[in-house]
Ligand binder design. Sequence first.
Ligand SMILES: Cc1ncc(COP(=O)(O)O)c(C=O)c1O
Length: 274
Amino acid sequence: MQVWANGRLLDHPDEPVLSILDHGFTVGDRVFEAIKVVDNVPFALTRHLRRMLRSAAGLGLLAPDPDVVRRAITAVLDAERIDLGRLRITWTAGPSPLGSGRDTSGEPTLVVASASMKPFEPSVAVVTVPWPRNEKGALAGLKTTSYAENVVALARAHERGASEAIFANTAGHLCEGTGSNVFYVVDGELRTPTLESGCLAGISRELLLEWMDAVEVDEPVEVLDRAEEMFLVSTTRDVQAVHSCDGRELPSPGPVTRKASEVWAAREPEHSDP
Ligand SMILES: Cc1ncc(COP(=O)(O)O)c(C=O)c1O
């Protein structure tokens, strides 16, 4: 693992770099990106940086400088080659008083970390969880580090022998996973929730919608009870089949999921933008 923080590559990845008064640490006032690296090249970097700027603006944070982020990425990847791995970029609000009020004169912290990862499992079990995503909330659709709800939901999934938890939103409509967007097939039609559902505007979701015919639709989460196929997409999964949802077996991969994986594999190299 290599870590760049506030202008320099660290000697050790766990070297302290953050004030305990940083608002990102005290209240989760911080945004982040996770970016896949293949053959030492970041995947879809421009899209990720664009989303990071959107997330920062949504929280009312200063904008990180994309050129500085790109230089930091080059520094970590030059320091240690990654065949398959991920980058994590974190941009925090900076030191602030203890409490929800942000001190806007504080100096934000930028951290870029790189780490190798194993190839993802070809298929997973998922369970739905009872806690709704708030599609009307101030953070809806933003990639902030306020992820404790995801931690709790994922722990519930693990307790039940599954590897991903699926949220509905406050309207009872299917929304997303803790770290993934959801696609499913009904009557042969590939569907995924709209961004109005409160799901993250996943880069993998965005790309797959450009590459394949799929319908964006919001419908009750119970639609999964009659889904013919289901798969997850995310930076660390690409297209990942779901073999069981709430204990109901699903074909993995079914024909549409297989097609999505093939399309992904064929189109992915186009988006290795350094
Ligand atoms: C809540 C949530 N939804 C969806 C996704 C998928 O987004 P992406 O394809 O950009 O990785 C993620 C990624 O971590 C996520 O955290």
